[in-house]
Design a binder for this molecule. Structure first.
Ligand SMILES: NC(=O)c1ccc[n+]([C@@H]2O[C@H](COP(=O)([O-])OP(=O)(O)OC[C@H]3O[C@@H](n4cnc5c(N)ncnc54)[C@H](OP(=O)(O)O)[C@@H]3O)[C@@H](O)[C@H]2O)c1
Length: 251
């Protein structure tokens, strides 16, 4: 049996690290001994994460969807773990109230990010044993009819990770490409926007809607799931659903 991979003394890049799931992931990887480079566009909340995690966290204010960001940070930090967690808050409204610009928002951020970072990781390539973990969404399976192009964009994020896993295998790169599809949760800014919108659409208040959802997925649980995939001794599944009850391979 293979030994679990240790992150002690390695470098991880986490996009969207300033709040929500990304902050939970940065905290988990840092606790596992990785130096975490956290990316988000706004500097102040990143500095708060640094205050909490100390010198093991380096804040970088940058647009993760810009191909130049991916190329620059991969070359500068040579990470063994890359977690693509940044994502745009989807524009809320039924199809007929969306513009093409609104519908495309998550394609221009979430999909662009997944495409550029994954492509750069393959082309360099990252060192054998590295992991690139993309945060997709349960909406990729179930759809999200009042979030414009969000669900389709997240489905494409999952596909990009799975295509890259195939390319990695074909070229013998030993880079792990994997996606996580978390359930909707009211505990982050992005999730709270969705929960509020779906509660209003059903004509119930937010508390009633949240209670009906059952246990909420926490950023700490997302951090634990990422750590599990980045350090697993055995090959991992290319796509994994994640709820408060745990992580399961998407079959
Ligand atoms: N919460 C949920 O219910 C849920 C469910 C399934 C999947 N997800 C996915 O999980 C990921 C994290 O969601 P979350 O709920 O934690 O969201 P969140 O609380 O809104 O945090 C989003 C993070 O991404 C950063 N960000 C956004 N656009 C960026 C860009 N262009 N470049 C760099 N950073 C950017 C934000 O910082 P700045 O705004 O300062 O850049 C922030 O750090 C997203 O990909 C989301 O689609 C969330």
């Amino acid at each position: 049996m293979n030994q679990p991979i240790t992150l002690d003394g390695t470098t991880a890049i986490v996009t969207g690290a300033s709040r929500g799931f990304g902050r939970g992931i940065a905290t988990a990887l840092s606790a596992a001994g990785a130096h975490v480079v956290g990316v988000a566009r706004t500097r102040a909340p990143l500095d708060e994460v640094r205050d909490e995690l100390g010198d093991t966290f380096t804040p970088v204010a940058a647009d993760a969807a810009d191909p130049a960001t991916a190329a620059r940070l991969l070359d500068e930090y040579r990470p063994s773990t890359v977690v693509l967690c940044a994502g745009a808050v989807p524009p809320i409204g039924p199809l007929q109230d969306q513009t093409w610009e609104m519908f495309g928002r998550n394609w221009n951020v979430d999909v662009a990010q997944a495409f550029h970072w994954t492509r750069e990781a393959l082309r360099r390539p990252l060192a054998p044993g590295s992991s690139v973990i993309a945060i997709s969404s349960g909406a990729a399976i179930n759809g999200s009819p009042i979030s414009g192009g969000y669900a389709g964009a997240k489905a494409t994020v999952r596909l990009i990770a799975s295509y890259a896993a195939t390319e990695s295998e074909r070229a013998g790169l030993h880079i792990r490409f994997v996606s996580i599809l978390p359930q909707l949760t009211p505990l982050t800014d992005l999730g709270a926007t969705g929960v509020e919108a779906y509660a209003a659409r059903q004509g119930v208040d937010v508390d009633t809607f949240v209670q009906a959802m059952g246990p909420a997925l926490t950023p700490e649980q997302v951090g634990k799931a990422v750590l599990e995939l980045a350090t697993a001794a055995e090959p991992v599944h290319h796509a994994n659903t994640l709820t408060a009850a745990g992580m399961s391979p998407l079959v």
